[in-house]
Design a binder for this molecule. Structure first.
Ligand code: SF4
Length: 493
């Protein structure tokens, strides 16, 4: 039995496979052993010279097993493309599986890649899985822009793929994102792009792996990466990927053209889905809010809330949006967070969701001017999708940080009844992880006030189905009617 250590990359497998074919070593005589990963530690070896190391080991093993080497067989490009796609499929037997197919094909068994062959069917299924996940990855990968004053990379992205798609994704984003510098992390490795060169590495130590997970976790919850050890480590990785002494053979290091291919179909579908959702409810037209991805946010200090730094959301928002309404309102409405309009204009619930709220209030017989309107989180949290800003749900730690301001408003306004719009607002008022749908139609007594939970109007705006949308709006109307009954006549029109 020949034990073949291999880097988990197609290029490495291909070199090994060619050597093994030359030696006429049968699949049953090989045990493929995946190596753990490349070193990423800053100041040390930037990226592991895997190809040379692995090839040396293989050559030794193969040569000692079978001395009679033959000319390497020609492999058609179409077959290589399919094998390369299937190599992304994460399975314990993936290198053995690919070699078995290659062996059969080069030994005249062309049905090895046919759909009615067990191996051929398995190959097709693996390629299909990888293709599907690649589409998802391109459409759904999140890139967060860092404060430009903190230096490169400008964008940090992350995802957790089921398969080994980092290289594929990095190549795609290298083309799509042009000159922007970025770092794309996964739990298994990271890609670094400085506008011209792409490098990919895998964590080799527990610390590196831990840092990758920490980066992904902080990014997933929207916490800005600032001067924490995780960021320092990752920025060091980023710098070392381009500045360190070159490794003997820098694997996974290449140039990319700046211009990108057209958007894949999945992203186009995602965009049109979002467009359809936005168009689902007719709201008064407003000119689109101008936004430039390179314009730093405005942060004019206008008071204590405006200079709040209790969480990182202030970094990417234009301003904090304070609550508004009578000093002593009997009824308070708490939404989740400002949207694009509110972020620009500084008034709560004035965007499309606020306009739908006005319709709801009218149906419930309520006067907006009698209510105190505010948010659980005062800064707008967003991300970019195809150069458009879209809302992101605040992380629990952001809701918790902003509770300070909400508590002050509750103490000042002292409402008898609070209507919470959406799960985030309900959580902010109850301090617990709750399933909103379980509380619809109920009234919660807490801290001397009554809480009436309901959907957020933006949920109705996002719902394309007309009947479902109307049901959601009716539920919100009925919550406000109940709130009116609980507060008394002073809130009525
Ligand atoms: S979201 Fe709230 S806690 Fe976070 S910075 Fe803004 S005001 Fe402060």
């Amino acid at each position: 039995m020949n034990r073949i250590p291999i880097e988990p990359f197609f290029a490495a497998w291909r070199r090994e496979a060619r050597a093994l074919l030359r030696q006429q070593i049968e699949p049953t005589q090989i045990e493929w052993v995946e190596l753990e990963g490349d070193r990423l530690d800053a100041g040390q070896e930037t990226l592991r010279p895997a190809a040379v190391g692995a090839a040396d080991v293989t050559a030794t093993a193969a040569t000692s097993a079978t001395p009679a080497a033959t000319a390497p067989p020609a492999i058609p490009r179409e077959l290589l493309v399919r094998l390369k796609a299937a190599a992304c499929y994460r399975a314990p037997d993936r290198w053995a599986f690919l070699y078995r197919i290659l062996w059969r094909w080069t030994h005249g068994e062309r049905q090895a890649i046919a759909l009615d062959d067990p191996d051929g069917a398995q190959l097709a299924q693996r390629i299909e899985s990888v293709d599907h996940e690649s589409e998802d990855l391109v459409a759904l990968t999140l890139f967060r822009r860092r404060d430009p004053s903190m230096g490169p990379p400008e964008f940090v992205g992350w995802y957790e793929p089921h398969h080994d798609l980092l290289e594929r994704a990095a190549a795609y984003f290298g083309k799509r994102m042009g000159d922007s510098t970025w770092m794309l992390a996964t739990p298994q490795g990271a890609a670094f792009w400085n506008g011209m060169l792409l490098r990919i590495g895998r964590p080799a130590t527990e610390d590196s792996t831990h840092a990758l997970h920490a980066l992904a976790a902080s990014a997933m919850t929207g916490e800005a990466i600032t001067s924490e050890p995780t960021e320092a480590l990752w920025l060091a990785y980023y710098a070392s990927a381009f500045n360190a002494e070159p490794a003997p053979v820098p694997l996974r290091y290449w140039r990319m053209p700046a211009a990108g291919p057209p958007l894949p179909a999945r992203l186009a579908r995602e965009r049109s889905r979002l467009g359809a959702q936005r168009a689902a409810v007719t709201v008064p037209e407003r000119p689109p809010v101008e936004y430039s991805a390179v314009t730093p946010p405005l942060r004019e200090p206008t008071g204590p809330l405006a200079t709040c730094r209790r969480c990182a959301l202030w970094r990417n928002a234009k301003q904090a949006v304070a609550g508004a309404g009578p000093d002593r309102a009997a009824l308070m409405v708490v939404g989740e967070q400002p949207g694009e309009d509110e972020n620009q204009h500084g008034e709560p619930l004035t965007g499309p969701a606020g306009q739908l709220l006005d319709t709801v209030l009218a149906r419930a017989g309520l006067e907006r001017s009698a209510l105190y309107l505010t948010y659980a989180v005062k800064h707008y949290k967003w991300e970019t999708l195809d150069q458009q800003r879209i809302h992101r749900t605040p992380a629990p730690r952001e809701v918790e940080a902003c509770q300070y301001w909400l508590e002050r408003e509750l103490a000042q306004v002292a409402p008898r009844v609070v209507v919470t719009l959406g799960a985030t607002a309900l959580k902010a008022l109850t301090g617990a992880h709750v399933n909103l749908s379980e509380y619809l139609g109920q009234t919660i007594a807490r801290d001397g006030r009554l809480i009436v939970p309901t959907w957020h109007p933006s949920y109705a705006l996002r719902t394309a189905d007309t009947r479902l949308r109307e049901d959601i709006v009716a539920t919100i109307v009925s919550a406000f009617r109940r709130a009116v009954e609980l507060t008394g006549p002073e809130t009525r029109r």
